[in-house]
Ligand binder design. Structure first.
Ligand code: S3P
Length: 449
């Protein structure tokens, strides 16, 4: 577990043979968290297939249990949740510890905060650094009391919900599906209509699942790139079946690995192609990547495809700021791809990267520096200069700061650099992609302690 005081376990990626084979990545993290949460808020039984059994999601499951859900694991990825229903949450007996999970903690603040119970939220050293004011501010408008908080509006913090939650209209100050979702989930227990306005559309899994479970949600365009989402409060959500598609944010790692390791040719099966999640694929295609979308089909309300990926000569591109919401978690691995491309890649408008599991802008830059990759941070932009040849690699172990995506990105980099790349810790990879190392090895990658 990525616990604050567990010893770090350094691991390295090194160049070897071409990557070959077919793999399936675990279920989508965003949908997996939400499956547990919607299961808790429904009446009756929710059955989930393909759940991501990573530490982050298991923490959310524990929290849902503490709030009154009956949760059982029926087999690998197969779970059943018996809900407590909106308005029916129990007072938890203990602190809810979300570990590394920003999504789990923030969404559950909306869920628990909108009920007349007192709930304490905590997490690991990474989560304790992350800003929660962005959730607490709209919740306060809905009548939620912040009983206590760590300095700067961080966890550990305690919320007490009102007897009756107030519906609000709120424009999110950042393009964040977590803020949007926390408000909509709180709005479930408010009478009347709760509206969230976002200037840039972010992942829409909450809206889709609200409808799937029986809520009435209206979505209208707002400005050139935004949306206005209105939820009719206090619906009766009914338990539903969910098939969780493969996580595009996890698929990103073997995908880029196959692009940069010479001679590679792989297939990643069943990857979710939700348009609000595939900014990385759009960008890599612009860079000249060979990525084929095969066998497109509908699975559980989302389009999925098998991705055939072949090693490719990449060219640097400018990535517009407006694409950030559709690839917010993919910048570390895009920076790795850019290091192997010919020319300059400019990734624009990355301010939100500073408040992820780590300050990802700084962490990526530090890792690139260790590997001898020319780069710069210019305002909120990350600029990477590639020369179309393998980067040097080597250097000191990359500092991961308890960030799974920093660890995976630099391990992938080491598969194609001249010298191996070591990361200072790989334990936290289990938060989102517990099978990352075995799957990469199955493709032929050399990743070792
Ligand atoms: C997520 C939203 C994103 C993303 C995170 C998952 C979600 O965070 O980085 O990994 O499931 O809603 P923000 O909403 O803070 O951008």
């Amino acid at each position: 577990m990525a616990h604050d005081n567990s010893p770090a376990s350094p691991i390295a990626g090194r160049a070897g043979s071409a990557l070959r084979g077919r793999i399936r990545v675990p279920g989508d993290k965003s949908i997996s968290h939400r499956s547990m949460i919607f299961g808790l808020l429904s009446i009756g039984e929710t059955r989930v297939e393909g759940l991501l059994e990573g530490e982050d999601v298991l923490r959310t499951a524990e929290a849902c249990r503490a709030l009154g859900a009956g949760i059982s694991r029926e087999g690998p990825g197969r779970w059943r949740i018996r809900g407590a229903g909106i308005g029916g949450l129990a007072q938890p007996g203990d602190v809810l510890d979300f570990g590394n999970a920003g999504t789990g903690s923030r969404l559950m603040m909306g869920v628990a905060g909108s009920h007349p119970i007192t709930t304490t939220f905590d997490g690991d050293a990474s989560l304790r650094k992350r800003p929660m004011r962005r959730i607490l501010d709209p919740l306060a408008k809905m009548g939620v009391t912040v009983v206590s908080e760590a300095e700067g509006g961080r966890v550990p913090l305690t919320l007490r919900g009102p007897l009756e939650t107030l519906p609000i209209t709120y424009e999110t100050p950042a393009a964040s599906a977590q803020i949007k979702s926390a408000i909509l989930l709180a709005g479930l227990n408010a009478p009347g209509r709760t509206t969230v306005i976002e200037r840039e559309a972010t992942r829409d899994h909450t809206e889709r699942m609200l409808r799937h479970f029986g809520a009435i949600v209206e979505v209208t365009p707002h400005g050139p790139d935004g949306r206005s989402i209105t939820l009719q409060g206090q619906p009766e959500l009914r338990g539903a079946d969910i098939v969780v598609p493969g996580d595009p944010s996890s698929a990103a790692f073997p995908l880029v690995a196959a692009l940069i390791v010479p001679g590679s040719d792989i297939v990643i099966e069943g990857v979710m192609m939700n348009p609000l999640r595939i900014g990385l694929i759009t960008t890599l295609l612009e860079m000249g990547a060979s990525i084929e979308r095969l066998n497109e089909r509908d699975e559980g309300g989302e389009v999925v495809a098998d991705l055939r990926v072949r090693a490719s000569r990449l060219t640097g591109v400018a990535v517009p700021a407006g694409r950030a919401p559709a690839m917010i978690d993919e910048y570390p691995i895009l920076a790795v791809a850019a290091a192997f491309a010919e020319g300059t890649t400019r990734m624009q408008g990355l301010h939100e990267l500073r408040v992820k599991e780590s300050d990802r802008l700084a962490a990526v830059a530090a890792g690139l520096a260790e590997a001898g990759v020319e780069h710069a941070i210019e305002g909120d932009d990350l600029v990477v200069h590639g020369h179309g040849i393998p980067a040097r690699g080597g250097g000191r172990p990359v500092a991961t700061h308890l960030d799974h995506r920093i660890a995976m990105a630099f391990l992938v980099m080491g598969l194609a650099t001249r010298e191996p790349v070591t990361v200072d810790d790989g334990a936290m990879i289990a938060t989102s992609f517990p099978t990352f190392i075995p799957l990469m090895r199955e493709l032929g990658a050399t990743i070792h302690d």
